[in-house]
Design a protein around this ligand. Sequence first.
Ligand code: ZN
Length: 506
Amino acid sequence: MTKITKLRSLLEEVYHLEAIFSLLSWDKATYMPKAAAASRGNQMAVLAKVIKEKLTDDNLIALIEELSKEKEEGFLEEQDYFLLRVAKRRIDEARRIPSSFLESFYKHLLQTYEKFLYARQENNFEIVLPYLKTTLDFSKEYASFFPYEHILDPLINRSDYNLKASFLKSFFLALKEQLLPFMQEILEMKGFDTSFLFQYFPKRRQLSFAKYIIKRLGFDFQRCRLDLSCHPFMTKFAHKDIRITTRVNEKDFCDALFSSIHETGHALYEMGIDEEFEGTFLNTGISSSIHESQSRLWENVVGRSIYFWQYFYPKLQDFFPVQFKNVTLEDFYKAINNVKRSLIRTEADELTYNFHVIIRFELELGLLEGSILIEDLKEAWNEKYRKYLAIAPLNDKEGILQDIHWYIDYIGGSFQGYTLGNILSVQFYEAAKKEYDSIEEDICKGDFRKLHKWLKDNLYIHGNKYTTEEIVQKATGKKLVLEPYLNYLKNKYSNIYFKEGSILNG
Ligand code: ZN
């Protein structure tokens, strides 16, 4: 057995164990009886320990060191070079974090999550505050295991490898400065009638419409499943086993449909990865920002576009004749793109959404840098909402307790991917349109083949070979840039809000 085959087989064991771990998490979020939480926690803890032992095994480390020398001498094939690079990163991370630290952190998180649920039920942040304080200590300690320029960097690395806090600070500042005046101008306008989106829409009917749409978008029911969960998500166990979830609100048409399209974007990405990468660390998307660029591309850039609904609106009217028979396409399009001040991130429109993310990013920065004390976090949250969106939560559920992120993981690095994803969704889309100029005409006919082809050839096929920065450069010929996204938002919303006459004509 050559060294590289040996490495591949050792890593493949880890890969499959991690897939099993994901399967346990998926089951926990979908079908597991509530009472099984504790036993599931034990099962997952044991498995996590086995995975860590495999990843930090001396034989594996020795092998990686030998192969790194061969790499320097140029003996490795391309795919193995990338596999080795990703493996080194994963192993380095696993070696730096002491098992005892992880054990006590996960124990702490179990309690925190319980307290979080109770705090939400009671609508009282104070209940979970002491636990969050400990989570912040754990997050700082996690960062201390790595060399860094900024304390947030190691935490960002977990989801967006190699992106730096210093870059994000200035990038988000530029976004804020350029978007804020335009957003405020729109927020001053009278909004559109959205009442028809909040009629009664039977659950089964909503699900069958969502299934119809995602199938048309390329979701392959032979390789993928759609299930229900409280918080929609996508997960993957193998090249031919990808799962997404959605949730249905019978009084809100948008929830199930757009979350299904969003998760389908994640699934299309995973479906398109080179089948050769099955069983390796390359068989996954690159980072949270690249992944979100795909979910947001399908959810917003395509799924909330006029082109898309020119084709699909008559189909929607067939599905829900009573609810939509007296609503024109134009009114429907305006309603699903209505911009308003709101408190809940996941329900926000495309324009205000980024401020929800920037608020959280700035709070994470402040907590880790020490300029915001955890005791003042709730007030800092409310203050930022007043500042950017001129609105403030009336209670904790609408504010500091709305997102699950800080209560199930470290504090830091968990939100930037959403806004970077928005920005990148347009950068990729523009690059695709440059290569195939009929993409939008095709979308008007319900045909997504050219867009799929561009995404697959330039993004999906490469799996996890490159870093975020590398793939953006490779696919678009540019670094991550703001302009395409800002132009997209300004064109789209000027057209919706300021254009005289019908928006359908040109
Ligand atoms: Zn997502």
